[in-house]
Design a protein around this ligand. Structure first.
Ligand code: KIV
Ligand code: ZN
Length: 515
């Protein structure tokens, strides 16, 4: 079997369901553009009926993206399906509706309270309706891995007859194992009469750390679409990490039925590291240092024996050439003498496509950073993008910040913010300068946030490096997910204020509060 594996990226849908990973439209667009450069086959851009924001995001991405298919998720009900069809319409013949309905006994009995026959009928009717609106239809049997095999086969056969061109077999709760999942896919291949009329897709969650292994086992059994997210972000323990799955196939094509040298998928693997960084920045989800392929330590060899081996012959301890996935593509750092065009070009290479206003803002900050440190590295520059792209009307900008702190001093901060060209200044005391800054920001914005997580790290090397702060902030008492924010500056108190304000702005753009 040699037909290529299709990568279906759900970073903007299942990935975004990860607590603290919510992205606004601008951030989603940035991710979608980079996914297109990476060469994923399908972008699941959202779940159009769950909010106006999601609808807008799917619609805009469907308009913007030019090569990938764009999918919108829908429950198996008329309103969802019609909204998904309208949202993906601008993608033309690259539009896909992804309809899902649970099939397992647990979901049938306790969630849907429907019989097997009722579920089967709903699935067929949903797919038929979707097919009358869009040609490319994917059907997902939610919790498929815990569904009776014969019933799953019956549903799959019926939805293919109804017009589904991709049938997805999700391991919704990350419960299956590689051999079990292999058996399920093989069973469907052997027992569903019309299976050759559809692509078998797999969608794995990582609850017991097996999402990538399960997806690969399914490929061995004949699945030809793998769903996943960049950096493996997603609900609970996340989804299949696309970069890991792709590099497993590229590095070891033969165990998966591909000939040596044959390209098993369409990804441009050299874009992997860049994509990982764009997703991490836009979603606020940091990448673990030791994460396979994209973690900072993924290709770092510290033992002398390994270093010696690598120098003698790279392959002794390195199974992938780091350049293959886009490591080591850093160019000379910029300096305060670099002009706007150079900064723009570098940002583009780093995966950031900015509007003129956004570029002006980043460039102003770049100049200020360039005055206080000799070299501005790529990571420094990327970190300036985070709070420069939340510039829609009604969001806040940091204009000025002063604080007093030190042993024996009463930590006090005075903050000036700008909204819609008007300046607002206020001050507050706190138990430290960061706390005082956050309180001053709360007083001005009237948006009360509770800090639930705070991290600071250097974006590059040297004592003059930028400090990058990541925060997670809970707004209000509701069960809403915490909102993440990032900010960078040579001063970590200023970086903290920027990160907090970034979270406030995200909250404003999601909910309209304070706007
Ligand atoms: O995990 C799951 O089952 C899903 C479906 C909507 C495909 O995300
Ligand atoms: Zn899922």
């Amino acid at each position: 079997m040699s037909d290529k594996v299709i990568f279906f990226d759900t970073t903007l849908r299942d990935g975004e369901q990860c607590p603290g990973a919510s992205m606004n439209l601008r951030q989603k667009l940035e991710v979608a553009r980079q996914l297109e450069k990476l060469g994923v086959d399908v972008i699941e851009a959202g779940f159009p009926c769950i909010s106006e924001g999601d609808y807008e995001a799917v619609h805009t991405i469907a308009r913007t993206v030019k090569t990938c298919r764009v999918a919108g998720l829908a429950r198996c009900v008329e309103n969802d399906i019609r909204q998904a069809a309208a949202a993906v319409a601008p993608a033309g013949d690259r539009a896909r509706i992804h309809v899902f309905l649970a099939t397992s006994p647990l979901h049938r009995e306790f969630k849907l309270k429907k019989s097997k026959e009722e579920i089967l009928k709903m699935a067929v009717e949903g797919v038929k309706l979707a097919k009358s609106l869009v040609d490319d239809i994917e059907f997902s049997a939610e919790d498929a891995s815990r569904t009776e095999h014969d019933y799953l086969a019956q549903v799959v056969e019926a939805v293919i007859d109804a017009g589904a061109t991709t049938v997805n077999i999700p391991d919704t709760v990350g419960f299956t194992t590689p051999s079990e999942y292999y058996t399920i896919i093989k069973y469907l291949k052997d027992n569903v009469k019309n299976i050759d009329k559809a692509v078998i897709s797999v969608h794995c969650h990582n609850d017991i750390g097996m999402a990538v292994a399960n997806s690969l086992a399914a490929v061995q059994a004949g699945a030809r679409q793998v769903e996943g997210t960049i950096n493996g972000i997603g609900e609970r323990a996340g989804n299949t990490a696309i970069e890991e799955c792709a590099m497993a196939l590229s590095t070891r094509p033969e165990p998966f039925g591909f000939a040596p040298g044959e390209k098993p998928h369409n990804l441009n693997t050299r874009e992997i590291v860049k994509t990982s960084r764009v997703v991490s920045r836009m979603s606020g989800m940091l990448v673990q240092r030791s994460k396979a392929i994209v973690g900072e330590n993924a290709f770092a060899h510290s033992s002398g024996i390994h270093q010696h081996g690598i120098l003698a012959k790279r392959e002794t301890y390195e199974i992938i050439d780091p350049a293959e996935v886009g490591w080591g593509e850093t160019e000379l750092p910029l300096t305060k003498h670099s002009g706007r065009a150079a900064v723009k070009a570098r940002l583009e290479r780093l995966g950031h496509t900015l509007s003129n206003d956004e570029l002006t803002h980043v460039f102003e900050r770049f100049k200020r950073v360039g005055d206080s440190k000799k070299f501005v590295y790529d990571d420094d520059l990327s970190s300036l993008v985070d709070d420069s792209i939340d510039t829609t009307n009604g969001t806040w900008r940091l204009a000025n910040i002063q604080f007093i702190a030190g042993s024996g001093a009463m930590p006090t901060a005075t903050v000036t913010l700008v909204k819609d060209d008007e300046e607002y200044t206020d001050c507050a005391i706190g138990n430290g300068p960061v706390n005082a800054c956050f309180k001053a920001i709360d007083r001005i914005t009237q948006v009360q946030g509770e800090l639930v997580d705070y991290n600071v790290r250097a974006t590059s090397i040297g004592q003059d490096a930028l400090g990058e702060v990541s925060v997670k902030v809970q707004f209000g008492q509701c069960e809403c997910k915490p909102v993440s924010g990032k900010g960078a500056a040579t001063d970590v108190i200023e970086a903290s204020a920027r990160a907090y304000l970034n979270a406030v702005n995200r909250q404003i753009t999601f909910s309209g509060i304070g706007a």
